[in-house]
Design a binder for this molecule. Structure first.
Ligand SMILES: [Zn+2]
Ligand SMILES: [Zn+2]
Length: 133
């Protein structure tokens, strides 16, 4: 990997960490362009896919957006709970659940390589705000 590629990955990761909200590749590009107006979209996509592959960033398939990993590096075992109100994303690791899913999917001979579990709803503070006083 090139030195420049590594630098872009570090910058992209820093932006995602700072926001703690899902960002689209376009949002990330917009921020990077503030300091580097010539940066190309393909550079961002490459950095995001490398970071996703390394488990540093997770892709939210349902939102087509990215969020920095909140846990240790890992590749397969996570559940992302997405608040539809404020956009907060909480990450939980549930290896047992994923093992169960793999074996259910595997009954027909299917070989799972990757799980994406996204749960939409309201986070604790948004859900609480909607409870009538
Ligand atoms: Zn993670
Ligand atoms: Zn919320």
């Amino acid at each position: 990997m090139s030195k420049r590629g590594e630098k872009t990955q570090a910058e992209v990761l820093a932006i995602l960490r700072r926001h703690r909200r899902p960002l689209s590749a376009y949002d990330v590009l917009g921020e990077l362009r503030e300091s580097n107006p010539k940066i190309a979209p393909t550079t961002i996509y490459r950095a995001l896919s490398a970071l996703t592959e390394r488990g540093r960033v997770h892709r939210l398939e349902s939102l087509n957006a990215f969020i920095a990993c909140q846990g240790d590096r890992h590749h397969h075992a996570y559940i992302l709970s997405i608040c539809d109100d404020c956009g907060a994303v909480e990450e939980s690791v549930a290896p047992d659940l994923l093992k169960a899913l793999s074996s259910i999917a595997g009954r027909s001979g299917f070989a799972p390589t990757r799980h994406v579990i996204e749960v939409h709803g309201l986070c604790a503070s948004c859900g609480f705000a909607q409870v009538p006083a």
